[in-house]
Structure formats: structure tokens, C-alpha cells
Design a protein around this ligand. Structure first.
Ligand code: 1GP
Length: 239
């Protein structure tokens, strides 16, 4: 069986930068998936993430199944809730919202998901998920009733990421939120990265090649782009 986490580590040690295209099953109709995935396949994308804040039961499974038939790229679940977990994907980001203090998103949903995970052969990748204030309220904030971390309090963000690593998490995801006004700043990315021994994912509000390069140069190992590609597929060409 493939080990996607080991592949991520190997790519990073070869100084390769990774790009995940995020697809929200709530926003992508199955009928248009094939045209979109054709563009993903031709692009520099290395991974496909599937997930959203609130997705109808079975929508995630149907979309993952369709996408798996259209691409060889690894398909990783980035679920907003337990109902988005499907065995049809390759791996699952087992997200713990460590920027917040809501027990459901720190451990509760994880316990709820175990009966599903016991029966699946998904690769489970524990991921510390850190929501950072971006200028407007995001859906993660609304759904989880948690407060994002203040942008200016970089030390606290870095301490939170390090605590996640020391708790045994294998990835840290700095999230500005889908459609964020301000992506996570280079200053935050670089300070978090300096002190981190595990791969760093950055996402939220990245809309240009310049912003993508800045995130990479500041230390992001993987960048996630959703909204910009959803709204305008010609952005694939720019990338
Ligand atoms: C959201 O980080 C991802 O969870 C991607 O954000 O949709 O703004 O690209 P965008």
C-alpha cells in the first residue's frame, strides 16, 4: 500500500514544493468534475483535497469515487465532519483544531469517527489545524464556534504549532479560511517553520502565483488552493 505521508516527507527532502487543489463536494457537481480534474491533471498540482464545512451525507463519497476514476493524484480527505469520511479516498487528514478550545473539534469528532475508521483502510495522518484571523469571519469559525488566533500574535501561533508537533501530530496546517481576505502572512509562515520539525501546510485566500510563491519562500511545504480555482479555472494556466 502507498504511504502518502512518507511520499510527502520524501518530496520535501528533495526540496519539492507541493500544491493541493481543494474541492468542496458541496460546491462541485459530479457532472462538472471531469472537466475540472482534466485541468488539475495538466497543472502543477501534486494532491487533491476533498472536504467542506458542511456537506450532505454521501456527497463526499460520490465525488471521491468519481475523482479517483479521473486522476492518479493522491486524493486526501480534509473533512469538516465525520459524514465526509469515505473509504474511497487514499488518506485522511485527521484534523484537530488546536487553535480553538472546543472539545468536539479537539477530540470529540475523532472518537465519533472511529467506528468508520476501524472498517476502512484509509491512511490516517494526524494534523494540527490552526485557524488564523484573516479579516473576515470564515465558515470554520462559524461551524466550530472557535475563535481564530490573532494575526499579530505570532509567538502564540508558533507555540501552538510546536505543541501540536510535540503531541505527535505529523502535519501542521495554517488556515486563513476559505476565501480569506488575507492569506497567512509570510512572517507567520516563516516563524512557525523555523521551529517545526514536521511538514507545514498553508491555505486560505491564495489567489495569485505571487502569493503562492511567497508562501513557499516563507517556508510552506504544501499550499492548498480552493476558491480561486473554483471561481476561475484559467488560474490553472497562471500556475
Ligand atoms: C480552505 O485552506 C483552504 O480550507 C483553501 O482556501 O478556498 O481560500 O483557497 P481557499
Amino acid at each position: 500500500m502507498k504511504n502518502l505521508y512518507q511520499d510527502i516527507l520524501a518530496s520535501i527532502s528533495q526540496k519539492k514544493k507541493l500544491l493541493a487543489v481543494l474541492i468542496d463536494p458541496d460546491k462541485m457537481a459530479i457532472e462538472i468534475a471531469s472537466g475540472f480534474i482534466e485541468n488539475v491533471n495538466k497543472s502543477i498540482a501534486t494532491h487533491i483535497f476533498i472536504g467542506g464545512s458542511s456537506v450532505a451525507d454521501n456527497a463526499s463519497e460520490k465525488l471521491v469515487k468519481e475523482i479517483k476514476s479521473l486522476t492518479d493524484l493522491p486524493v486526501i480527505l480534509f473533512p469538516g465532519d465525520v459524514n465526509q469520511i469515505t473509504n474511497k479516498a487514499d488518506a485522511l487528514l485527521f484534523l484537530s483544531l488546536i487553535s480553538g478550545r472546543h472539545p468536539d473539534y479537539l477530540i470529540g469528532k475523532h472518537v465519533e469517527s472511529i467506528s468508520k475508521l476501524r472498517k476502512s483502510n484509509l491512511e490516517v495522518i494526524p494534523t494540527g489545524y490552526i485557524l488564523i484571523e484573516n479579516g473576515k469571519e470564515t465558515s470554520v469559525q462559524k461551524v466550530t464556534y472557535t475563535i481564530p488566533m490573532a494575526r499579530h500574535n505570532i509567538q502564540a501561533i508558533s507555540d501552538t504549532a510546536k505543541a501540536g508537533e510535540l503531541l505527535g501530530m505529523k502535519l501542521i496546517y495554517l488556515e486563513a479560511g476559505s476565501g480569506a481576505t488575507h492569506p497567512v502572512s509570510e512572517e507567520i509562515i516563516s516563524m512557525v517553520k523555523q521551529d517545526l520539525g514536521i511538514p507545514l501546510i498553508v491555505g486560505g485566500g491564495i489567489r495569485s502565483k505571487d502569493q503562492l510563491d511567497k508562501a513557499y519562500n516563507a517556508g510552506a511545504d504544501m499550499v492548498v488552493i480552493g476558491t480561486a480555482l473554483e471561481l476561475d479555472e484559467s488560474f490553472f494556466n497562471e500556475l
